[in-house]
Design a protein around this ligand. Structure first.
Ligand SMILES: [Zn+2]
Length: 73
């Protein structure tokens, strides 16, 4: 098991960034993959993490707002 620190090359600015997997928050998660939004400078990366806390996929978002589905109300 990794110590929680992940490295990846930012697809936007090509810098290598490190980010910490929020392991405490993930303990409450029962279904995977989980999307974790990582802010990097002025853009955001959406990192999908599987049940082994391995990076499964990465998407790029230039901006980010919190969304809420009707069912959650
Ligand atoms: Zn970046």
């Amino acid at each position: 098991m990794a110590e929680g620190l992940k490295w990846l090359q930012c697809p936007v600015c090509k810098k290598t960034i490190s980010w910490k997997v929020p392991e405490e928050a993930l303990k409450k998660v029962t279904r995977f993959p989980v999307a974790i939004v990582v802010k990097h400078e002025d853009h955001y990366l959406v990192c999908y993490v599987d049940s082994h806390l391995q990076l499964a996929d990465t998407e790029v978002a230039v901006t980010y707002v919190e969304g809420k589905s009707k069912d959650d109300e």
